[in-house]
Design a binder for this molecule. Structure first.
Ligand SMILES: Cc1cc2nc3c(=O)[nH]c(=O)nc-3n(C[C@H](O)[C@H](O)[C@H](O)COP(=O)(O)OP(=O)(O)OC[C@H]3O[C@@H](n4cnc5c(N)ncnc54)[C@H](O)[C@@H]3O)c2cc1C
Length: 439
């Protein structure tokens, strides 16, 4: 199954299958010069421009009816600086390739999300994050950025160079320019011990502050229609490495987490009334396990069941209340939810439109299997999240607009003013940006 967004008959489609677009033309530049020329040519033709990654966003943030810029020929490592402990990569590089190249060099990113299919520019542009007590999103690990702006010129930024651009462009929503290279902080590769174990929902919520405080990376999945969760604690370890054995890994990660999960989704989709029973069985299927490995092998895993997702960041102290409301909403509603709810955290960061900008945050993600109606569930969940001043993930389904964002992001005006300066003619505009940033 391909993990990248595909195009047939000129139609571009995202991974979740819920967004399509028909660009006027597609280009696949092989250098920064070619990319800058493509932006200038689009301006001459009166077309808008949008770079895409691998189409893993569930919103229409990457959709365009103008010029679609493909990432495939702008990939690879430009430079590793062992004095500064940074790596500079071409913007279209998939995270998987970056992680593997860094591991070969004895290096690693500090934190990352659940998968590594996305491009580095696509992942950071929407604020992709994992879970962490001190360590934040992938964009928060950026030390420098290079971008082609609307007039076709190349702009570099960092804390020292064009700092006002750096503050916003690390999570730029594709609105400020086309990113061509990213410099990330790296550290010597380290080991993480993962401990996965079931825990009752009420206990996780009662102990949430301790579980968060005692672990570098704490997260859990709650199975709707049950009082069960699976918790995950990842902490640095002196070793030795003790990877999941290939057989156990296949049984747990492929057979149970992907294969049986997929079959359960099919049954649930065909006969929704079976979902609560399936949920009770699935929540018991994964038993406790502990393993120790390098970061990307612990943080990420394949996701073969296609789904659609909404995720909101709420102030960390609001998360247990919001989850109790979510659980009672599901119980009252008659909805049948076959997909676990994922809960993660991030410390406050300094990026203008990061979902964790200026506030310690917790993330609540709701999912529905691809092809099932998700609006009823997502609308009810969104009502709970927005009542807690939630900030939606820029790449995951939501219905919020510029007026809402001006209320939940104290620095919203800073971002739109920078956009007015860098892209006065809205070369990088699309319908999504018109909604979330205003025209
Ligand atoms: C199975 C799955 C698992 C996921 N897991 C997580 C997770 O654990 N944590 C999390 O936070 N999110 C997660 N996501 C969401 C995903 O990480 C984001 O939506 C991410 O933005 C997708 O990256 P992409 O490369 O596919 O970019 P796309 O979705 O193709 O594009 C996203 C945005 O980036 C812009 N962009 C791409 N390249 C450039 C460039 N060169 N210059 C400027 N703008 C650019 C696009 O224009 C668009 O605005 C997941 C999604 C899926 C489908």
């Amino acid at each position: 199954m391909s993990s990248t967004a595909s195009g047939t008959n000129g139609t571009w489609r995202n991974w979740g299958g819920n967004v399509t677009a028909r660009p006027a033309r597609e280009v696949t530049p092989a250098s920064v010069d070619e990319l800058a020329a493509a932006v200038r040519r689009a301006a001459e033709d009166g077309l808008t421009v949008k770079a895409v990654g691998t189409g893993h966003s569930f919103t229409s943030i990457a959709a365009t009816d103008g010029v679609l810029i493909r990432p495939q020929l702008l990939t690879g490592i430009r430079n590793i600086d062992r004095d500064d402990m940074t790596v500079t990569v071409e913007a279209g590089t998939p995270l998987k390739r970056l992680n593997m190249a860094l591991a070969r060099e004895g290096l690693s990113l500090t934190n990352m999300g659940d998968i590594m299919e996305q491009t580095v520019s696509g992942a950071t542009s929407t604020g992709t994050h994992g879970t962490g007590r001190e360590s934040a999103s992938i964009a928060a690990q950026i030390r420098g950025l290079e971008l082609v702006t609307a007039d076709g010129s190349v702009l570099s930024c960092s804390e020292k160079e064009n700092p006002e651009v750096f503050a916003a462009a690390r999570i730029g929503l594709g609105a400020l320019g086309i990113v061509t290279a990213i410099t990330f902080a790296v550290e010597p590769v380290f080991l993480l011990t993962a401990r996965e174990e079931p825990m009752p929902f009420d206990k996780v919520l009662a102990d949430f502050d301790e579980l968060w405080a005692e672990n570098e990376h704490f997260e859990f999945y709650w199975f709707p229609h049950t009082g069960s969760t699976t918790t995950k604690r990842n902490n640095r370890s002196a070793g030795p490495a003790k990877p999941v054995s290939p057989v156990a890994g296949w049984i747990e990660d492929e057979f149970l987490s992907n294969g049986v999960f997929q079959a359960a989704q099919w049954v649930g989709r065909a006969v929704p009334a079976t979902i609560p029973t399936i949920a009770r069985v699935s929540s018991k299927a994964l038993s406790a396990r502990t393993y120790t490995d390098i970061p990307y092998k612990v943080f990420t895993s394949p996701r073969r069941v296609r789904f659609v997702e909404m995720e909101y960041a709420v102030p960390r102290e609001a998360v247990t209340g919001a989850l109790r409301e979510l659980k009672s909403m599901v119980e009252r509603s008659g909805l049948r939810i076959s997909f676990p709810v994922e809960v993660r955290t991030a410390p406050a960061d300094d990026i203008t439109l990061s979902t964790a900008s200026g506030r310690d945050s917790a993330y609540i993600a709701v999912h529905m299997v691809k092809g099932t109606p998700y609006q009823g569930y997502f609308t009810a969940a969104e009502r709970i999240f927005t009542a807690h001043e939630g900030r939606p993930h820029w790449g995951k389904v939501h219905t919020r607009d510029a007026e809402y964002f001006a209320g939940v992001y104290p620095r919203f005006g800073e971002f739109t003013e920078l956009r007015d300066r860098l892209d006065p003619d809205r070369r990088f505009q699309n319908d999504y940006l018109r909604r979330v940033l205003g025209s």
